[in-house]
Design a protein around this ligand. Structure first.
Ligand SMILES: Cc1cc2nc3c(=O)[nH]c(=O)nc-3n(C[C@H](O)[C@H](O)[C@H](O)COP(=O)(O)O)c2cc1C
Length: 206
């Protein structure tokens, strides 16, 4: 029995293209793996701690092997709980809109909390970084109003998510792109249909 962790970054719920496609993926996944567990993190209802001074001090103290204060300890425990949810997952699904060429701030907030030394990555004495979440395949469902295709300099949504997942050791990353979602009706419908079909296929095989 495996655990699929689903992280949802759009606040638009029933109006969201990324969520609609992710739901299609999950439906196909659940049908193919009826015994697996799907855990959902809705970033808009998740109570995330502020990424504040105590947390940053704790992060640097961990990096430099220094003793933490009680406040820093508390902050670190919270961060460890969040990172633990990623570590306990066998597979990861993230759905996200493109906002201002990048990701919504809630998803960035979550990333700032979980990307931590000793929890999701390590640094060797020689300064080499090593991700600790290797072996967990991931799927990104990315919705964008416009069309970006591959390799555009404006796309900091896909490139950033791939980079930060890779930093934590997650290198098997598949993508379902829903674009354009803001265009002539027929074009949008065709884009959505294609993404739904891909989600169905990938969900069954993931
Ligand atoms: C705050 C905000 C910023 C956006 N920025 C971009 C953008 O930079 N590029 C783009 O193509 N679409 C942009 N859009 C449009 C969304 O990417 C598009 O509506 C997408 O379908 C949202 O995903 P969702 O339907 O899952 O919520 C933006 C939308 C919002 C609300």
């Amino acid at each position: 029995m495996a655990k699929l962790l689903y992280i949802e970054a759009s606040p638009r719920k029933d109006r969201s293209s990324s969520i609609a496609v992710a739901r299609e993926f999950i439906a196909a996944y659940t049908q193919a793996h009826p015994d697996d567990v799907v855990e959902t993190i809705d970033l808009w209802t998740l109570d995330m701690p502020p990424f504040d001074g105590a947390t940053i001090n704790a992060k640097y103290k961990v990096l430099h092997g220094l003793e933490r204060t009680a406040d820093e300890d508390r902050a670190w425990e919270t961060v460890a709980e969040f990172a633990g949810r990623l570590k306990k997952a066998d597979k990861i699904l993230i759905s996200s809109p493109m906002w201002n060429f990048g990701i919504p701030y809630t998803l960035k907030h979550f990333i700032d909390i979980v990307v931590q030394p000793g929890l999701t990555f390590t640094v060797s004495p020689g300064g080499e970084y090593n991700g600790l979440l290797a072996g967990r395949p991931a799927v990104l469902v990315l919705a964008r109003g416009g069309e970006y295709g591959d390799g555009t300099t404006y796309d900091y949504q896909r490139t950033y998510l791939k980079l930060i997942l890779g930093f934590m050791g997650i290198t098997d990353v598949r993508e379902i792109i829903v674009e354009p979602t803001i265009a002539e009706k027929g074009t949008v419908a065709r884009a959505k249909d294609a993404a739904m079909a891909e989600a169905k296929k990938l969900g069954a095989a993931f």
